[in-house]
Structures are given as structure tokens and as C-alpha cells.
Design a protein around this ligand. Structure first.
Ligand code: 0XW
Ligand code: MG
Length: 367
């Protein structure tokens, strides 16, 4: 099975509800890039990469497309058999830019799964479950409104909530965490996500002022070095998200003992194949983590869910997918959906989702 053609598409994903508010940025619509690989035996494989704007992490939609343009011509004619060889070929075309390579890696696995008649979770080592937990991400909002939505989402079945804070005064952040805890208590696990927006001083204050509330503190500060200084000074477990820009950052955080868990993003880590390495490193140290991406439609959602299914359930912090903030699906017949706070793992060969033919219009590039 050889690569005959690669089509690149873009699609705009407006945020349902109008705005997704984080300490680091507010976004209203996301620009997703899709990679369709056509093989000589008539199969098509799909990949996707969708940065949540240009500020959240050092990724942006036009950057993804420029990187894809460097890589794609060098893949034409390649055999889809060894994912490692294909990764090497991509590295020979372009240094870095893992978030663009991730879209190709997804498409390679989608094709290989279809060819072998197995779901992508099997290619990632094998699923441990057929249903993975999701979590609900509560955007930065007033304490009362955030607590009201938190209670609703727990009623809807979410086992975990992520409360966004930062970019405003400490008093509102502290009040929000307290109100959410009063509203949901032990009914859901809570992560408090600063999205890099707190100073070390503010993180220490928030930690002390919410001492009795059992939450994990996600990416409170901007850099890994700032977060390292929190060790021994805060009582809540600290998770890294944005700081894990590649596999080496994860290895560094684990070996320095400065992370109690992670919010992983598949494309940021360079794709599903690279994620299996950090997944296994976390298993060695019993570290919990999520399997998310920053944003994206059904292709990215499927990728996150296949990966999440291969993680030991007691350490699985959930697969966050953007479905709650997106109208409609790429694949109306087999969409990736959250039901009662959980997501069924696709059982069909490959990723198990196929965008409706023609739904993204004409390709923006063809190789
Ligand atoms: C909740 N997320 C997975 C979605 C947005 O990309 C932000 C992100 C996070 O945890 O920071
Ligand atoms: Mg986060």
C-alpha cells in the first residue's frame, strides 16, 4: 500500500456558545487543518491538527499548513507499513513541527488499521476498555455561574471537571474554586487549570486559600522552571500541560519529580505514536494523565479516544474532546460523542471515522 496522493483541507470550527475563555487567551473560532492520504489500493486515511489559536502554545494554523507543505511532497510513493520509517522520512524533510507531523501520523495509523482490519487502539498496543471517561472544561467565569454549570455537568455524568482560572484577581479565582467544590464535592474529581496565567506568588496563595479542597493544580504558571519552584511550597498535586512541548520535556519533568500528572495533547507531543512513549513513561512512575488535544473535530477526537483506551483506567484522567463546543460532526454516521460523561471507543478498522465526502470543499493543496 503506497501513498498516491495527499489532499490538504481546512475547516473553520466556530465555538458553540460564542467564546472559550482561558487565562492565556479567548477564542471564538478555530482553524483546523485536515490531511487526507489516498493510497494505490483505494484506501483513504485522515489526520487533523487544530491549534487553539496562535497563543495557547507555540503552534498556529498557518504554521501547521506551512509544515505540511514541506513534508507532504516527500511522502508520495512511500509504503504505508513501517510507521517508524515514515516518521524518519518526515524528520528528513523538516526538523521539529511535531504538531503538523501528528496529522500525518494519525492518517498513517488510520490506513494501517483499515488495511489490517483493526482499530487504531490495537496498533497503539491494545485497548483496556471499550469506553473512556471524558472531562468537562469550565471556562473562566463568575464563581456562581461556574458552580451552576459544574453541578449540571456532574448530573450529566462527567466524572471529572476542569475549572479554568487566571487572568483576573485572586479573590475571584479562590471564590470560583470554593463554589465549585461546594456544588459538587466528591461527586467529581476537580482540576484547577491556570493555563500558565498565575505568578508563583499567586499560585502559592491560591493553594493556601483552598487548602482543604482536593484538586489537582494544572499548569498554574508559565514556565517549567517557575513550576519547579512550587515543589514543597504547595500542597496540591501539580500537573503539567502546556509545558510538555515534546517527549523530552515530559522525561525531564518526570525525572526532576516536578509533575504529579499531565494534561497531554496528542498533536503537541508529535502524534499518537510519540504519545505511546510518554504514556509508557507515565505508567512506570504511576503518573495519571489525560489524552486530549487543544481542539479539533471528529478525527482528533477519535485519535484521543483510541489512545485513552490503551491507558490503565486508574491513571486515566479523561479524554477531553471539543464536542461540547462544536456544532455537528465530520462523520454524522459514526460520530465521536460524549454520553453520560464517557466516550465509546470506535471498534471499526482504523480511526473509525470518515468525514462526509466533499464536506470541506476543494483541497487547499494537493500533492
Ligand atoms: C481543556 N483543554 C483540553 C481544551 C483547551 O485546548 C485548553 C485545554 C487545557 O487543558 O488547557
Ligand atoms: Mg490545561
Amino acid at each position: 500500500m503506497r501513498i498516491e496522493q495527499i489532499n490538504i483541507y481546512t475547516t473553520e470550527l466556530p465555538v458553540k456558545g460564542g467564546i472559550y475563555r482561558m487565562a492565556s487567551d479567548n477564542v471564538e473560532s478555530l482553524d483546523s487543518t485536515l490531511v487526507e492520504i489516498v493510497t494505490d489500493d483505494g484506501l483513504t486515511g485522515w489526520g487533523e491538527t487544530c491549534p487553539i489559536g496562535p497563543v495557547y502554545q507555540p503552534h498556529h494554523a498557518l504554521g501547521a499548513r506551512a509544515a505540511v507543505a514541506e513534508i507532504a511532497p516527500g511522502l508520495i510513493g512511500s509504503e504505508i507499513a513501517s510507521i517508524r520509517l515514515l516518521a524518519k522520512r518526515m524528520d528528513e524533510r523538516l526538523n521539529g513541527h511535531g504538531y503538523a507531523k501528528a496529522a500525518f501520523d494519525m492518517a498513517f495509523l488510520d490506513l494501517l488499521g483499515q488495511k489490517l482490519g483493526v482499530p487504531v487502539s490495537t496498533l497503539l498496543g491494545g485497548a483496556l476498555t471499550d469506553r473512556v471517561p471524558a472531562y468537562y472544561s469550565l471556562i473562566v467565569g463568575s464563581p456562581e455561574e461556574t458552580a451552576r454549570i459544574a453541578a449540571d455537568k456532574v448530573k450529566a455524568g462527567y466524572p471529572r471537571l476542569q475549572v479554568k482560572i487566571g487572568g483576573r484577581n485572586l479573590e475571584e479565582d479562590v471564590a470560583t474554586v470554593h463554589k465549585v467544590w461546594e456544588a459538587v464535592g466528591y461527586k467529581a474529581r476537580i482540576a484547577v487549570d491556570g493555563n500558565r496565567g498565575l505568578t508563583v506568588a499567586a499560585a502559592i496563595h491560591l493553594d493556601r486559600l483552598c487548602q482543604a479542597i482536593p484538586f489537582v493544580f494544572e499548569q498554574p504558571c508559565n514556565t517549567i522552571d517557575e513550576i519547579a519552584t512550587l515543589k514543597g511550597r504547595v500542597t496540591h498535586p501539580v500537573y503539567l500541560d502546556e509545558s510538555t512541548e515534546d517527549q523530552n520535556a515530559v522525561l525531564q519533568a518526570i525525572s526532576l519529580g516536578i509533575a504529579d500528572g499531565f494534561g497531554f495533547k496528542v498533536t503537541r507531543l508529535g502524534g499518537l505514536t510519540k504519545m505511546t512513549t510518554v504514556r509508557d513513561l507515565c505508567a512506570i512512575r504511576s503518573l495519571p494523565h489525560s489524552c486530549d488535544d487543544a481542539w479539533g473535530g471528529d478525527i482528533i477526537a477519535a485519535a484521543c479516544v483510541h489512545l485513552a483506551a490503551t491507558v490503565e483506567p486508574r491513571r486515566m484522567e479523561g479524554a477531553w474532546i471539543a464536542q461540547e463546543y462544536i456544532d455537528g460532526h465530520f462523520d454524522a454516521k459514526n460520530p465521536i460523542v460524549i454520553e453520560k460523561g464517557h466516550i465509546a471507543v470506535p471498534q471499526r478498522p482504523g480511526l473509525g471515522v470518515k468525514p462526509e465526502p466533499g464536506m470541506f470543499g476543494k483541497p487547499v493543496a494537493t500533492y
